[in-house]
Design a binder for this molecule. Structure first.
Ligand code: IDP
Length: 146
């Protein structure tokens, strides 16, 4: 069973979108296995976005992610990494397909509401970085219907 790291960014928290976004993943049939509201240090933000450190927008991105609380989550399910990315939509909300989270809730590439791991390697790295690898293992009785 696959796990991914998802994070509602400061804009999503400020705009009161946590519940609506979580509902989409719950309704899809994925299982929440850890979650926390937290402030992000510059050190954590820089480690998280390490692959982007040469990009011209890196400083702006770190400023944004540390500007207010984020809601960090681990979700579990079949193909959850790629399916969650599809549900989020393209990075730039202007290019995201209608019905995706970024298309439905965001207008700018900087404030695009949600982060999701883009590969199994990054999912493991981000789960370790944000949650020290910790998640709750439990069964849902509905699982056989999904
Ligand atoms: P992703 O979040 O869809 O995986 P990445 O390329 O990993 O996209 O970029 C990380 C985040 O950096 C994006 O979600 C977006 O908020 C921000 N970002 C990406 N490109 C730009 C840009 O050109 N200007 C400002 N922010 C950007």
């Amino acid at each position: 069973m696959e796990r991914t790291f998802l994070m509602i960014k400061p804009d999503g928290v400020q705009r009161g979108l946590i519940g609506q976004i979580m509902t989409r993943f719950e309704k899809k049939g994925f299982k929440l296995v850890n979650a926390k509201l937290m402030t992000v240090s510059r050190e954590l933000a820089e480690k998280h976005y390490d692959e982007l450190k040469e990009k011209p927008f890196f400083g702006e991105l770190v400023d944004f992610i540390t500007s207010g609380p984020v809601f960090a989550m681990i979700w579990e399910g079949n193909n959850v990494i790629s399916v969650a990315r599809a549900m989020m939509g393209k990075t730039n909300p202007a290019d995201a397909a209608p019905g995706t989270i970024r298309a439905d809730f965001a207008v700018s590439v900087g404030m695009n509401v949600i982060h999701g791991s883009d590969s199994p390697e990054n999912a493991q790295r981000e789960i370790d970085l944000w949650f020290n690898g910790e998640a709750i293992s439990y069964d849902k009785t509905i699982a056989k219907w999904l």
